[in-house]
Design a protein around this ligand. Sequence first.
Ligand code: CS2
Length: 486
Amino acid sequence: MTTPRLGADSVPAHALLRPAPPERTGIVHLGLGNFHRAHQAVHTARALAHTDGPWGILGVAGNSTSVATAMREQDLRYAVLESSPAGSTATVPGVHTGALVAAHEPAAVLDAIAAPDTRIVTITVTEHGYTYAPSTRALDLDAEPVRADLRGDAPPRTTIGRIVRGLQRRMRAGAGPITVLSCDNLGGNGRQTARLVREFTAELPAAEREELQRWTDTAVTFPNSMVDRIVPATTDAHRAEVRELLGVRDAVPVPAEPFSMWVLEDDFAAGRPAWEHAGALITDDVEAYELLKLRLLNGTHSLIAYLGALDGCDTIPEAIARPFIADAADRALRADYLPTLTVPAAVDAEDYLASLFERWANSALGHRTRQVGSDGSVKLAQRVPDPALAHLRAGRVPQQLALTVAAYLRCLGAETGPHAAAMSDPARESIVDWMRRGSSDVDRIVDRLFGAELAGHTAFTGRVAELLDLLARHGPKAAAAEAGSS
Ligand code: CS2
């Protein structure tokens, strides 16, 4: 007998987080990738199972048709496969009410943002999707897609363009207030999104600009949020496991670790699901949680990925099992990141650090160094410069942050094996070019990637250059030992 395809009639009832998708669409989600499907969708399905409401999610992919098409073929169902060395479970959120591809149905996306039922636009497009220039974190007005969206003679292609044009349509339709909720790893992600939206709006012709700016100021809120769940890319092994567990064929399951955390500011212009009943923490102190996560988890994750890739590791658990990488990670956490933040009162720092090592070591996930290492230019801009500057202003050179930058540049700018070669990054070509000119160019690289202030600290850029040299001549272990000895 052939295994049935996952769909409304074949989904095993015990796997459903809620019995049927909501009837109304209250949330338009930009970025129909794995992270959203394993994080916000799960928290939302659980919240609605507790307190029902008109909060179905319309998932919008940017360009890729694979997930949206498969979800449509599966009546918008897919499985979330939670895996750890202790075993796996599969659940089906069943909370989506539609799936679109913005590049193919651009008007439908703007209409959805303008629809009266829509009360929240959520975003997971990764750091790269916000079209900011890494060195200033301002909207990249030199990027052609941004310029095209500002001209407005074709449907918007960038996330910020889609949001602004959608808000404009909503304002004109008189559809009422709305919340824009970023769920990406940007420090102060709500504030950064609001600023990018403002920067885009400011470039519009005066007649459009003033009205839209006024309306946005009064009718749109941009709460900050911290999101946390390790979610790898899907492989055939995950598909096979879901088939085994649920007895159905799912083309687009999402693997995820058991851990999931969401911290949100309660600043919603037109209501929200009762996420607090589904594991989310609603607090005024989101920023403290964001810095905790962005620096301790993400900053150190980058270091593990780059050292791991340089040492031949395909996966994060393989990398963290190498004692020299675990030592470097521990030093990054304790010496370089922890002193730059205030741990929220409800969090025990030692427990948090221990849980990070346990999560990184989750060998059931197969989280790859190339996934964490990709888009380093935009990711590191959120993770490294601010804490590095905090140390440098106090007269200390943060060794592990210098090592993070050096290992990143080595991975992207030289031929160092298959794992580094598989990392994609919008700055790859420029880095290869700069690196050809030798380590003396590090000041310039740091300036272009992380801004003039960090580049002005020659003690930092000098250390990056020394470590780069060590990486090239003696490899990651020797460079990590050197960074650990100062
Ligand atoms: C990772 C994150 O790819 C990366 O850069 O650091 O995706 C990380 O797995 C998540 O932020 C965990 O919440």
